[in-house]
Design a binder for this molecule. Structure first.
Ligand code: SF4
Ligand code: SF4
Length: 63
């Protein structure tokens, strides 16, 4: 599972973009685009200062 973005929380700071080792995250006008290149390393989830990214499946094994 790629990380899921909470659009309402995200302030488009770009921190996650810089954190991604495979450059799978792209900042767009109103959202983030996470490409299938994502290796699910979880780095972006950790780096986000406001926890707008969430690894699906991280909690309670949901998807
Ligand atoms: S989980 Fe890792 S590979 Fe996937 S978008 Fe986040 S930083 Fe990039
Ligand atoms: S680090 Fe968090 S707040 Fe910043 S652009 Fe990424 S998801 Fe949005």
């Amino acid at each position: 599972m790629k990380p899921e973005l909470d659009d309402d929380k995200c302030m488009r700071c770009g921190a996650c973009v810089g954190s991604c080792p495979v450059n799978a995250i792209f900042l767009k006008e109103s959202t983030l685009d996470i490409k299938d290149d994502c290796t699910e390393c979880g780095m972006c989830v950790k780096i986000c200062p406001i926890h707008a990214l969430d690894m699906g499946g991280d909690q309670n094994g949901r998807r």
